[in-house]
Design a protein around this ligand. Structure first.
Ligand SMILES: [Zn+2]
Length: 87
C-alpha cells in the first residue's frame, strides 16, 4: 500500500494522511497504554475504499514490543499441517 498500489484491487489511486498529520498533528490513533496513544498514517484506496493504517513513529514500534503481548504465530504450523495432509 505504501508503494502506491492497492493490495486488494491493484489500483494506483492510493492516498495517504501522512502529510495531514505532519502539518496539523491530527491523526487517528490507537492506545499504546493508559497514558499514551500512537498516531497512525492511513492509506486509502479511492477506487475500492480499502484502508491500511501504519504506525507513523518508528520508535513506537519498540514501545509496542515492550508493552503489548505478542500474538502467537500459528500460520506456519498450519501450513506444515496442510502439506502433510496432501502428502
Ligand atoms: Zn483498492
Amino acid at each position: 500500500m505504501k508503494n502506491g498500489i492497492c493490495p486488494r484491487c491493484h489500483s494506483t489511486q492510493v492516498y495517504s494522511s501522512s502529510k495531514l498529520r505532519a502539518e496539523t498533528g491530527n491523526a487517528s490513533s490507537i492506545p499504546l497504554s493508559f497514558f499514551r496513544s500512537i498516531p497512525l498514517d492511513n492509506y486509502v484506496c479511492t477506487n475500492c475504499g480499502y484502508v491500511e493504517s501504519y504506525v507513523s513513529e518508528p520508535e513506537m514500534l519498540d514501545r509496542i514490543e515492550d508493552i503489548w503481548p505478542q500474538v502467537e504465530s500459528t500460520n506456519s504450523k498450519h501450513c506444515e499441517h496442510a502439506q502433510k495432509n496432501e502428502a
